[in-house]
Design a protein around this ligand. Structure first.
Ligand SMILES: C[S@@+](CC[C@H](N)C(=O)[O-])C[C@H]1O[C@@H](n2cnc3c(N)ncnc32)[C@H](O)[C@@H]1O
Length: 259
């Protein structure tokens, strides 16, 4: 196993402990990328189903390359995410598994670890903006819409039925009888897809700038056989001029107004 933790330089010393804080932050940043890999490969899910195991056992069960799984376990042990016993076997403690697996009643925090790599994918573009101004469009961010949909699946979609809709008295009943709903900046459209399934008498529309996100949403609507939801690629920045007044009974926007 290689030493995946970066150690303090010999010359470093700080009365306030800043150098130690810096190295710890550096290691934690790298650890987040390994947590992201653990989520994407399903290693946390597989590990949570197993008792003490070695890299060969985990790699076999997860159907992954043993050499890489061994390095990943080393990083997880160094980062104190997994436990190691005296025989060099690994285990994911239950109180860590509940924050790192898909099959959890709590939020899967490993989803959020993916943002570190997503942000890293545009560092060159951001440096360019510091020099020349401008902005970085969403399509430059590798996997942005995929990760965003996973994130809002936990924060928005999961809360829709029991927490968000009841904020407006009578809304659930109106949705049951049939109304027209628009979601602006819908991303991959998971909120509209969920509501379309729950309320078949209502019609739903999601619009977003992103061609990639809308293509995914359309394909998912087809896969789920939903005939009461549609998606449109559209820039809503001039919506105050171009939007049809009173075309919809209920308009939502989740995590998009700041854009
Ligand atoms: C942070 S994401 C949230 C996505 C989605 N609402 C969710 O919760 O998963 C913001 C979304 O707004 C979209 N967006 C930003 N500016 C927009 C505009 N002018 N017109 C339409 N969509 C826009 C982006 O493409 C992106 O999908």
């Amino acid at each position: 196993m290689c030493n995946t933790a970066i150690t303090m330089p010999q010359t470093a010393s700080s009365e306030t402990g800043f150098d130690e804080w810096f190295v710890t932050s550096l290691n934690n940043g790298a650890l987040m990328m390994m947590l992201s890999i653990g989520h994407r490969t399903g290693l946390f899910d597989t590990l949570s189903e197993m008792d003490w195991t070695d890299s060969a056992g985990l790699a076999k069960r997860a159907d992954l390359n043993e050499r890489y799984v061994r390095e990943w376990l080393g990083a997880m042990a160094t980062g104190e995410v997994v436990e190691v016993d005296e025989n060099g076997r690994y285990r994911l403690p239950g109180d860590h598994a509940q924050f790192l697996t898909r099959d959890t009643d709590l939020d899967n925090l490993a989803v959020m670890a993916q943002y570190i790599s997503v942000l890293g994918s545009v560092e060159d573009d951001i440096v360019e903006c510091f020099r020349n101004g401008g902005g970085v469009p969403y399509e430059k961010y590798t996997r942005f819409h995929e990760v965003m949909a996973e994130d809002s699946g936990m924060t928005v979609v999961d809360a829709l039925e029991d927490h968000i809709l009841p904020l407006i008295p009578g809304l659930t009943e109106k949705l049951q009888h049939g109304i027209s709903v628009l979601d602006v900046g819908c991303g991959r459209g998971r909120a509209m897809l969920k509501l379309a399934g729950l309320f078949p008498k209502s019609t739903f529309k999601g619009l977003d700038l992103s061609e990639e996100a809308i293509s995914w949403a359309r394909a998912e609507a087809k896969k789920q056989g939903l005939g009461n939801v549609e998606f449109e690629i559209r820039d809503a920045s001039d919506f105050d001029q171009t939007g049809e007044p009173e075309a919809h009974d209920f308009v939502t926007t989740f995590d998009a107004v700041h854009d």
